[in-house]
Write a new protein. Structure first.
Length: 453
């Protein structure tokens, strides 16, 4: 019965992918090289202003795609992940003159593809990965109008507040702060100005721990703590330890995430809070979450299980995972995970992961995550991110997964990345028969519609 159901999912996926096949052909004739420029950050639940700020500055261009410098991380020659299709035993993609058998889960890939299509998102991407092995389970790209692009490997979107994970890691390791570090603040909801960085007991009427600041993405706290406790070089070194500034090793070339850490005090504080100066791809975002989930160790994402020649003979099989490299201390990763859990339990993604009565869509499953929200002041593109992992603690019954979702809307937006991430995680845990978890369906769609702006 399981085999029969798997085949039905594969056939369904074939139908779902047919409509985008013609658009995907044009991809090979064009390569996007865009820059996330002036952006204005919005507080949770609000759309940011669209006019550029007087003090704004453009973010640097992301580096062009380049292959990994590590031999074991080299891409698979000719792999085309925009032409994923069903094969005899799973999903496959062209690879030079042969065919690559992929690690993707057909049922989850179909679910993610349908979720993105149902919301008619201008641009969106989803990556779901097994934390322990690095095997990619979902690799979905969606472009509503125009040729399909590999958004999963494209680093043109601003990192936004996801960069707060990097800043928090530096605050823990270099400044020796922790989840319970308390800071009072005022301002900073949509921009950081010089007065936001100066403590003023008469004006600083709100206070939060560093964990709470991560959960609610409080810009002023991150900007102020970075200015007080970090040097620009420390933040840059930490960002590079997470993979910024170089291409992520993967089975297709990945555009390097851009990184520029200013030395000027105010610009440095803004960058630390997630304003400007960095970009990333969904693959980079999922690597950040995986590092935290794995106790500070990196993992190489992989999507190809094997490659067969035109005659059907297997000419290459994926090697065993190489040795892990430590990016951050285990204790740092544990504190980051605690901070990120506040995003879903009380912060910017509480409403996305709970219904109107406060009941969790993933009952009994602790989710660690981070949101990011920025609006491009010139193009009016509204970028939202969600990256994280679940369950927070390893479960022998259900493999732990990391997820990264990028949604690019226009001024009138449909849905944010955290809702898409929630529904993909629902599909994953429901497929693993986790008690109380239902697959995304009409009920969640109606909830989304009620909150649409």
């Amino acid at each position: 019965m399981h085999t029969r159901m798997r085949r039905l999912w594969v056939l369904a996926l074939a139908c779902a992918l047919t409509g985008v096949a013609v658009l995907a052909i044009a991809l090979r004739l064009r390569q996007l090289h865009r820059t996330a420029r002036v952006a204005v950050q919005s507080p949770p639940g609000e759309v940011a202003p669209l006019a550029p700020l007087a003090h704004s500055e453009p973010a640097p261009k992301a580096e062009a795609p380049r292959e990994s410098r590590e031999v074991e991380g080299a891409p698979v020659a000719g792999l085309d992940l925009l032409h994923i299709r069903p094969g005899p035993d799973g999903l496959i993609a062209p690879a030079g003159g042969g065919t690559a058998a992929l690690t993707l889960d057909p049922e989850l890939q179909l679910a993610a593809t349908r979720i993105l299509a149902a919301h008619h998102l201008p641009e969106a991407a989803v990556v779901l990965m097994d934390v322990a092995t690095g095997r990619v389970l979902v690799y979905a790209n969606h472009v509503e109008d125009g040729p399909l692009r590999d958004l999963c490997a494209e680093a043109s979107a601003p990192s936004a507040s996801v960069f707060k994970i990097v800043t928090a890691a530096a605050l823990v390791e270099d400044a020796h702060l922790g989840v319970d570090t308390k800071e009072c603040y005022s301002g900073g909801e949509q921009r950081i100005v010089a007065s936001d960085l100066t403590p003023d007991p008469a004006r600083d009427r709100w206070c939060s721990t560093l964990a709470g600041a991560m959960g609610r993405s409080i810009n002023a706290i991150f900007a102020r703590l970075a200015k007080e406790h970090l040097e620009p070089q420390e933040l840059e070194v930490m960002a590079r330890r997470f993979g910024y500034g170089e291409a992520l090793p993967f089975d297709v070339p990945v555009q390097a995430s851009a990184l520029h850490v200013p030395s000027e005090s105010l610009d440095f504080a803004r960058t630390a809070a997630g304003f400007w100066n960095t970009t990333m791809s969904p693959l980079e975002a999922i690597e950040i979450s995986a590092i935290v989930a794995r106790g500070g160790e990196t993992v190489r994402p992989s999507i190809v299980a094997s490659v067969a020649s035109a005659s059907g003979a297997v000419v290459w099989s994926a090697p065993d995972a190489g040795p892990a490299h430590r990016a951050i201390a285990k204790e740092t990763a544990e504190q980051l995970a605690t901070m990120m859990s506040h995003t879903v339990s009380e912060g910017t993604s509480y409403r996305a992961f709970h219904d109107g009565h406060g009941s969790a869509f993933l009952p009994g499953i602790a989710v660690a995550g981070k949101t990011g929200t920025l609006t491009h002041a010139e193009t009016r593109q509204f970028y939202t991110w969600f990256t994280g992992f679940a369950p927070m603690k390893a479960d022998p019954e259900v493999p732990r997964v990391a997820i990264a979702v990028l949604v690019v809307n226009g001024p009138t937006w449909q849905v944010k990345a955290n809702v898409v991430a929630r529904d993909v995680l629902r599909a994953y845990f429901a497929a693993n028969d986790v008690e109380g978890v239902t697959r995304p369906g009409a009920a969640s769609t109606k909830t989304i519609a009620r909150h649409k702006r």
